[in-house]
Design a protein around this ligand. Structure first.
Ligand SMILES: Nc1ncnc2c1ncn2[C@@H]1O[C@H](COP(=O)(O)OP(=O)(O)OP(=O)(O)O)[C@@H](O)[C@H]1O
Length: 591
């Protein structure tokens, strides 16, 4: 990424606070002006002394002017940094909101393919790193540049030779810094890579701690963790070691302005072309030039950290969005049609590297129960996700009620489809609110009714706070099957005309089975229902069963028809029945 593009991003997000930013620079200019006043006041006092005209009144007057200038400098700088901080946080807020918006409009699959750790790291941590440099760079960076320029001009007005003498160390220091920064970009890039790697290992270590403990991998995983941290420390130290000599030399030479002003000042004084007052003032001013310039060099590092943070943020800000239309469409029915659908997750440009579905055509009639079965990896979930538009098809089209789903606004499609999977995420709010997510407008009464239909009422009432128990509190005490029934209650409340159940009964145990089947029956009554299930007994009564293999339809028909046809379905059914019998035998004590 070139410098212009990250700057453009910052400028784009600075739009809502542009006036504040400009005003903060304006205030900083006044502050810099105030900062010059004490120099001027001191100069006047020095002149009075050298000319022998000093009076208490004059000294008090110029001291007050100096003080006033100093107060103006402090006050206006405080106002400027307040505004710049507000602006920096506005920029951060805009970036985070834009990222959240992108995640919402990107294909869901693209979002799910990112790890929670990396998303959190970019949206929270990386973006946060912009705040400090941004808030300080604008006013302070500006004043650190403007102040020495103003002082230099003032020096120039007093004596141009002394002005030049005061910056004699600047080229030496800049050449030194030039050597030091020779491979700064490369080093900074490597540093960021190393830092990202350490972050990744730490997040992995923490997220996977359960598996690490369960498989007694603590030593190996800890070693990886320790190694990553150690090599990061070594990398940082190596970089520091390679620069510290030049950095210290530059840091020592740059502020030593007296090296130039002292001998040259003496010569000019001896020649009589510089008065004692001018000589003293030039010495004082030359000392004031370099301080801000030294601070300015720190901002080079800040600029880099902004560049890299914006670059990371840009990855999310530029996520490809799903094509969307805002024009609400009237749908003529809720049958689903897949016409010659091909899909691959892994495509480069227009080229598909590995088709998961190949020219697949399928009709799911309205109000019918259709089941998708097939070996693991045959593409069942992919079909379900494509219907819900988590991704877009690579080729072909999907129609609902005769309308291509790309022509249906995403929000309308979202209202039309209830998608229940085995990953039943509960938000950190009450169980009541968790169920209400299905329909935010639902009354408490309607939520309770949905919970009852989904057979949740019994276990929720057992909690001390009942429906007001927070999911965080209850989460650890809820079984997989109970969480599943909450998800089903949500879907019942949503009352969408199309229901997709992707392994929604995966957590069913014999005790739960009856309840889950009842809750599913309540959810799916009269709906276009698509069920993906490995437990074939749960889809035995489907109006049509589609048998998938390697992304293609191998067979379709009712349970009986498929059994008569012999083949994959029959094998799967036998395996299922075998497993069931085995489970039943186990329950009966191996009889
Ligand atoms: N997010 C993804 N990115 C890349 N490839 C994926 C992704 N999700 C699934 N796949 C691949 O697509 C193929 C089909 O997966 P899919 O989940 O649709 O199969 P499935 O029939 O539902 O399997 P299962 O019964 O095990 O859930 C598999 O080879 C899988 O590895």
């Amino acid at each position: 990424m070139n410098q212009e593009s990250w700057l453009k991003t910052v400028v784009r997000f600075a739009k809502p606070c542009r006036r504040k930013l400009i005003f903060s620079i304006f205030l900083e200019v006044i502050s810099v002006g105030g900062g010059i006043v004490p120099y001027f006041g001191v100069y006047q006092i020095i002149i009075l002394f050298f000319e022998g005209k000093q009076t208490v009144q004059d000294i008090l007057f110029w001291t007050s002017i100096c003080l006033l200038g100093y107060v103006i400098k402090l006050l206006f700088h405080a106002f400027a940094t307040t505004l710049s901080h507000i602006s920096a946080y506005t920029i951060l807020e805009g970036m985070r909101m834009a990222m959240a918006d992108r995640l919402m409009h990107a294909p869901l699959g693209t979002v799910l393919n990112q790890t929670v750790g990396s998303l959190k790291s970019i949206i929270v941590d990386r973006v946060e790193t912009i705040e400090l440099p941004l808030a300080h760079l604008i006013p302070e960076g500006f004043s650190n540049l403007l102040l020495p320029i103003c002082v230099f001009i003032y020096l120039f007005i007093i004596d141009w030779r002394m002005a030049l003498a005061s910056i004699i160390t600047v080229p030496i220091a800049f050449i030194t810094y030039g050597f030091m920064m020779k491979n700064f970009n490369e080093k900074y890039h490597d540093y960021m890579e190393a830092s990202n790697y350490v972050n990744g290992v730490i997040v992995e270590y923490v997220e996977g701690i359960e598996v690490i403990k369960a498989f007694n991998q603590s030593t190996t995983s800890y070693e990886k963790f320790e190694k990553a941290i150690h090599s990061f420390k070594e990398y940082t130290l190596d970089w520091f070691r390679s620069t510290w000599k030049l950095m210290n030399f530059g840091g020592a030479v740059l502020p030593s302005t007296l090296l130039g002003t002292l001998p040259i000042g003496m010569i000019l004084y001896k020649q009589g072309s510089l008065s004692p007052a001018e000589l003293t003032m030039c010495m004082i001013l030359s000392l004031g030039i370099i301080g801000p310039l030294t601070s300015f060099t720190v901002f080079i590092n800040d600029l880099k950290s902004i560049e890299y943070a914006v670059k990371d943020a840009d990855e999310l800000l530029n996520l490809e969005e799903l094509e969307n239309t805002n024009k609400s469409t009237s749908i003529k029915g809720y049958d689903i049609e897949l016409n010659n659908v091909s899909f691959c997750y892994d495509s480069t440009g227009n080229h598909c590297n590995n088709n998961v579905l190949s020219s697949l055509s399928l009709n799911i009639p309205q109000g019918n129960f259709t089941a998708l079965v097939g070996p693991s990896g045959s593409g069942k979930s992919t079909i379900a996700r494509l219907i819900a538009r988590f991704w877009d098809v690579s080729e072909g089209e999907i129609r609902i009620g005769g309308t291509n789903i790309k022509e249906i606004p995403l929000s309308q499609l979202g209202d039309m489809v209830s998608f229940v999977t085995q990953d039943n995420f509960l938000f950190n709010c009450s169980l009541l609110e968790n169920i209400r997510l299905g329909n935010p407008k639902a009354t408490d009464e309607e939520v309770l009714q949905a919970a009852k239909s989904a057979c949740c009422d019994g276990f929720i009432s057992n909690f001390e706070k009942g429906y007001h128990t927070s999911a965080g509190e209850a989460g650890g005490r809820l079984s997989g099957g109970e969480k599943q029934r909450i998800a089903i209650a949500r879907a019942i409340l949503k009352d969408a005309p199309i229901v997709i159940l992707d392994e929604a009964t995966a957590f069913t145990d014999p005790e739960n089975e009856d309840k889950i089947q009842k809750s599913i029956a309540a959810l799916t009554k009269g709906k276009t229902l698509l069920v993906i299930a490995h437990r074939l007994s749960t889809i035995k009564n489907a109006d049509q069963i589609i048998v998938l293999e390697k992304g293609k339809i191998r067979n379709k028909g009712t349970h009986e028809e498929l059994l008569r046809k012999e083949g994959l379905y029959e094998d799967m059914w036998k395996a299922h029945i075998g497993a069931k019998l085995w489970a039943a035998n186990q329950e009966l004590g191996g009889v």
